[in-house]
Design a protein around this ligand. Structure first.
Ligand code: NAG
Ligand code: NAG
Ligand code: NAG
Length: 513
């Protein structure tokens, strides 16, 4: 097989005329503004900032230096300390649903994406009638680039990044990949735009992504605002890192945690390279950074959320409350911690708002830019952790937050304990720490007051039955809007053997709707 991709018969429709001309008009206006600026006119107010949206994969609450001084993340810490740290920033318990929320501003359970992730060979993608953050920014004249992991479906080409608002994409389409061979289940999954990347085996992906970001930044036309979406592979399993990073953690006893810690520092170094490249190009002084993990740390894979309870894949705080921040020159108040409730869906409107753009008021997304920019009280009062009725339940569960209270129904997840860092947690031995399981019974409730009990030690359900009833009713209102989970069986046509042994789009006529 050659390196060229096989284009599917079922291609995305061409971009429509009106969309394109609007885009072109705006770009033209921006170019004119830029030319004026180059001729010495004062910087025009209202020029949108550059935006770097960093999504760290499976990074836990306790895995960043600004929460845990044993982690070596100087670049991340510096951005966080100069900016605004989010103390109550929530995401979905696993990858695809969070990414869907970031991109569309809709809860995943309104799109059938609430049950686990989109697996390699499922004909599912984030619904095509929803407009991605990247499409809005592209329409507004931004240059838009994605580097890293997609994981929003790829059965048809129109599910893939370049059909969803990105000028370019460099990375992989599935949910996991080997950091050196760039394969998943033995087949290559690595693309530069439409081309398969055959020649980077042996190169660590975190380094390759940093290099690609540098190259995009250095070639960027400064007359256009830049949107970099950096959903880096780090620090998802498999646990792999060049030895020099692992060597930075001689005091970490357990090998998995040591490797994982090295991976975190490699991620930090890659972010440092992006910062340097922006500085070199003269873009840094007008760049806003937005940073979030896609879910909590995976405790059996080196990640850690201590002192929060639980892990990735659960709707305990450890799976969903994440180490996030925003940083950059457009903030009017900096160096503080924002305590407003913030949910994954809010990134959509908040980032658009930072770019000076309004978002669709029907979205689940709440624009928190104004509040964060000035250090005001946040506008969000409640959110849904997840709604998933699928049985048997590896993840059949539901949860809601209203004010200080959190109600959980059914099986919260598969890791129900509190996991101090640097101990060995395997799928086998972790059961001993698991308490309070109630597999898949959605009428079994737990209630916590997160203000008094942020680590979820005390279930108040028996002593506060009225509160339980109130939150159950509230959750039922949302449940009425839930779309059944899309969880189709494997599609044999997805097999990479039909695509020259490369994971490739083009094996479904249409994604499941
Ligand atoms: C997208 O399509 C689905 C399925 O047809 C529909 O239920 C939903 O309302 C649509 N959403 C939007 C925002 O158009
Ligand atoms: C589910 O949990 C509730 C509340 O604890 C209990 O009353 C009910 O019997 C349970 N149902 C099943 C099928 O286990
Ligand atoms: C962050 O939230 C915790 C509750 O989980 C609270 O105790 C702490 O004071 C908050 N931190 C800041 C800096 O506001």
């Amino acid at each position: 097989m050659t390196g060229s991709f096989q284009r599917s018969k079922h291609q995305a429709p061409a971009i429509t005329g009106s969309y394109q001309s609007l885009h072109q008009q705006q770009v033209l206006l921006m170019l004119l503004t830029c030319v004026m600026m180059l001729f010495g006119t004062a910087v025009v107010d209202g020029k949108p900032p550059n935006i770097v949206f960093i999504v760290a994969d499976d990074l836990g609450w306790n895995d960043v230096g600004f929460h845990n001084p044993t982690m070596i993340t100087p670049n991340i810490d510096k951005l966080a300390n100069m900016g605004v740290k989010l103390n109550q920033s929530y995401v979905q318990p696993v990858c695809s649903p969070s990414r869907h929320a970031f991109m569309t501003g809709y809860y995943p359970w309104k799109a059938g994406l609430q049950h686990m992730v989109i697996w390699d060979d499922q004909n599912v993608c984030s619904p095509l009638n929803l407009t991605f953050l990247s499409e809005h920014l592209q329409t507004a004249g931004y240059a838009t680039h994605a580097i890293g992991k997609w994981h929003l479906g790829f059965c048809s080409w129109n599910c893939t990044p370049q059909y969803r608002g990105f000028d370019s994409f460099y990375g992989y389409l599935n949910g996991r990949s080997d950091y050196y061979t760039h394969t998943e289940q033995g087949f290559l999954d690595f693309r530069d735009g439409y081309n398969v990347v055959w020649d980077q085996a042996g190169q660590y992906s975190t380094h390759l992504y940093a290099e690609k970001a540098e190259s995009i930044i250095s070639k960027h036309n400064v007359c256009q605002p830049l949107f970099l979406y950096l959903p880096y592979q780090s620090v998802h399993e498999p646990l792999q890192v060049p030895p020099e990073y692992e060597a930075l953690y001689p005091n970490v006893k357990t090998p998995d945690r040591r490797t994982f810690s090295g991976m975190v520092t490699a991620l930090d170094a890659a972010i440092g390279r992006v910062i340097s490249a922006l500085q070199k190009k003269g873009l840094y002084d007008d760049t806003m950074f937005f940073f979030t993990p896609d879910n909590g740390g995976w405790v059996t894979q080196g990640g850690n959320n201590w002192p929060l309870r639980g892990s990735k894949i659960t709707i305990w705080e450890g799976g969903t409350r994440v180490a996030s921040f925003i940083s950059g020159p457009r903030l009017k108040k900096t160096g503080y911690t924002y305590n407003g409730l913030f949910h994954a869906v809010d990134w959509h409107s908040t980032i658009l708002s930072a770019a000076g753009l309004k978002s669709d008021p029907h979205l689940d997304s709440i624009d928190q830019w104004e509040a964060m920019q000035h250090g005001q009280e946040g506008p969000r009062t409640e959110f849904i952790y997840n709604l998933d009725d699928v049985e048997p339940a590896t993840q059949g569960h539901a949860g809601i937050r209203v004010g200080d209270y959190k109600l959980l129904a059914g099986n919260v997840g598969m890791y129900n304990g509190w996991y101090p860092p640097d101990e060995v947690y395997t799928e086998g031995n972790i059961q001993r720490l698991d308490v309070d399981m109630n597999t898949g019974n959605l009428s079994y409730y737990k209630l916590f007051n997160l203000k008094d009990d942020p680590y979820e030690y005390t279930n108040l359900a028996d002593v506060m039955p009225d509160k339980v009833r109130e939150l159950v009713e509230r959750m039922e209102k949302y449940h009425a809007q839930m779309v059944p989970a899309k969880n189709p069986p494997s599609s044999p046509g997805a097999n990479p053997k039909y695509f020259g042994n490369v994971w490739s789009p083009g094996w479904c006529k249409e994604p499941m709707t």
